[in-house]
Design a protein around this ligand. Sequence first.
Ligand code: ATP
Ligand code: MG
Length: 243
Amino acid sequence: MSHIHIDIEHVSFGYETNQNVLNDITFTAHENESIGIIGANGMGKSTLLKLLVGLELPTKGSIYVEEIPVIREMLPKVREKIGYVFQDSESQLFMNTVKEDIAFAPRNYGLPEEEVQAHVQRAMERTHIQHLKDKSIYKLSGGEKKQVAIATILAMTPDIILMDEPTVGLDPQNRRNLIKILNEFNHLKLIASHDLDMVYDTCNRVILIADGQIAADGIPQKILTDKELLECNHLELPLRFQA
Ligand SMILES: Nc1ncnc2c1ncn2[C@@H]1O[C@H](COP(=O)(O)OP(=O)(O)OP(=O)(O)O)[C@@H](O)[C@H]1O
Ligand SMILES: [Mg+2]
């Protein structure tokens, strides 16, 4: 078994007792996979990603990130492996300026300052945000915040990337650039999104979540062209397949 992988074993979770959002979910995410997590509003896509980094803990079942159990005591170790862009990227930025925020993770690993700066520079270049480097986090636009959040996880050079609705708020050129960034990252990534065209362009596996379970799991060419399956799950064909 390769070293980069996530095992999700019979995981159930509910925010309120007696009401499970996810019900007995089992799958393995392997190295080199790029998995699109799709499904209607409120079906549990974000919840699934939160469980993978231990922001919520399963009520039943287990999750392992590279063999490390996702339990309270192990969370610092788990989070070293994973770069996570929240659906609400606002809540993940906390330093004063853009460059400080991007430097936080590499500095925290104890990299020499020269290397930290190199990581920061490279991450800003890749996301086209050099012009924002000294700007206050609180003075960014919605799309700029998303760009900065993406840069922060690139700077930490993680094994695994989780992104929750990463294209929301991005203009078409920044969206295109994000697709390029995602395609350049080939360890393991899970992307929750309603942007099925982006999922088609970046993923080699799609998992459809409905009613707490995996309703479909397969290649994008199969799932994202299945009009009936998508429509009965409140979704629509990617634009490129619409007549
Ligand atoms: N903190 C919370 N407390 C209670 N219920 C919550 C909480 N967060 C989410 N939920 C509920 O859990 C369910 C799954 O939410 P989740 O955010 O995972 O859905 P999602 O598939 O990501 O939806 P969207 O497409 O809108 O982002 C929803 O019914 C939601 O109302
Ligand atoms: Mg969500």
